[in-house]
Design a protein around this ligand. Sequence first.
Ligand code: PHB
Length: 391
Amino acid sequence: MRTPVAIVGAGPAGLLLSHLLDLAGVESVIVETRSREYVEARIRAGILEQSTVDLLRETGLSDRLDREGDEHRGIYLQWPRERHHLDFVDLVGRSVTVYGQTEVTKDLGKARAAAGQQIYYEVADTAVHDIETDRPYLTFTDADGIPQKLDADLIVGCDGSFGPCRTAIPDAAKQTWERTYPYSWLGVLADVAPSTDELIYAWHPDGFAMHSMRSATVSRLYLQVPNGTDIGTWSDDRIWEALATRLGHGQDGWTLTPGPVTDKSVLPMRSFVQQPMRHGRLFLAGDAAHIVPPTGAKGLNLAVADVALLAPALATLVRDKDSTLADAYSDTALRRVWRCTHFSWWMTTMLHQSDDPFDRQLQLSQLQWLARSEAGRAGLAENYAGLPIGF
Ligand code: PHB
């Protein structure tokens, strides 16, 4: 088999890349270790930046997003006895849209299937070869157990942080940075109308809490918990009680309405960057090159921004043999990656409890500055609503 662009991974990054390449007249083949059903059921964050929404609209992927997405002007930031609304539209003229990133993946899956995209699901043993030559190739075992070889002009790793692409770049050619955090999130999906019109990010001495949502009838909530937490120790009653305390039930007449929990899981938090995002004929996009903790909901948005830069770079390289954009890809993408890495770290460390009493005073000082300074709020808003692609 031969294709101009071989894509490893059929998550949102890989699917969107194949869609953008198709629009530019370039064919691709995708391989994915999981099934389509598995990929489309993974629960992810629920916030789309303005640039993500714009891109999905401009490229014909927004039918359901336009019907079901809920535009939010901003967020609430709170700590005991105070809740402040940050209006991103007033502050920076940009908004965000509440639409499950899982739904984006389903919409992409449907669009690619309709376009006849070649996708090998449930493959095993994927390996990349000869990426430093101009004849790179992929090998894998397909769903029927048959070994396959896929020759390509270029290979793109959209295979997340555990896929084979990131590690295929030799140690001597890469640098990595990592930060693990001393806490995790307990995430809850509940069949209950959200108790808030916009997301609440709450600092609390017991630990961070957040109230997000998926629709008018489904809420998504999070609690800071210690690393290694056994989910079995968190009954639904205990979860709702902790959420009520941390989110300020009863404060200024606000109430949290509990409801049936349909899913709960513990999510670790990590920052990670590997650079460069290209080695020879292998390019990395999304989680394959960088991980952010979920505070700020940057993961999928960052993957979309990578792919939006990468598609025209690959298209001009394959079609016109012009490598200008491809040569600039890693440096250009990494500017935005590091900005979002900093923002996600900043939101995380500002809002979560650590054991250090000095940190706690700094956090409260920072939150009070945000509440009282328009410049402070504008900085948060600009980063949260999303910097332009190519920043
Ligand atoms: C979510 O809705 O799952 C969500 C929203 C905002 C975040 C993280 C997660 O910062």
